[in-house]
Design a binder for this molecule. Structure first.
Ligand code: HEC
Length: 131
């Protein structure tokens, strides 16, 4: 996919600074080599796995029954993300996670992880905690 290749350039040149640009005070996520992430982002990944979002959004977040979150998070605001995950869109097949304590307690971390994937800074789905 051409798109992926163009993103790769951004990742190689600006992985961490791209993330930091979003919030000068505190970066949303930190990533080294495309897959070594900070502890918070790692929590987000664990939450993604525990909630099995991949059943519908695909193991690489690129979509299945549900849409590609790599694409969605380029335009969806954080507020829209939180609302969708919390309330679901039941009539459209997106379940509600409002009563899932792990998801709701880690919603910021989950967003950080998925945003990193969407930005192209986290280059593969499976991440490890940076040592
Ligand atoms: C049972 C299948 C299913 C599961 C499990 C699921 N989703 Fe979804 N999700 C969907 C579908 C289908 C949609 C599209 C709804 C629509 O058409 O508006 C969606 C939409 C979304 C959207 C909005 C995308 C957009 O472009 O508006 C987000 C964000 C999202 N899901 C995140 C998650 C996260 C995070 C998890 C795990 C905590 C998850 N989903 C689990 C099926 C699922």
């Amino acid at each position: 996919m051409m798109y992926r290749f163009s993103l790769l350039g951004v990742v190689l040149c600006a992985g961490v600074s791209l993330a930091q640009a979003q919030d000068a005070k505190q970066p949303l996520y930190n990533v080294v080599d495309g897959y070594k992430v900070d502890a918070n982002t790692m929590k987000g990944f664990r939450t993604w796995r525990a909630a099995a979002c991949d059943r519908c959004h695909g193991a690489n977040q690129e979509g299945m029954v549900g849409p590609s979150l790599v694409n969605s998070l380029k335009t969806l605001t954080k507020e829209e993300f939180v609302k969708t995950v919390r309330d679901g869109r039941l009539e459209k097949g997106m379940q509600s996670f409002g009563t899932n304590k792990q998801v709701m307690d880690n919603i910021d971390q989950l967003y950080a992880y998925l945003k990193g994937r969407s930005d192209g800074a986290i280059t593969r789905s499976k991440v490890e905690e940076v040592q």
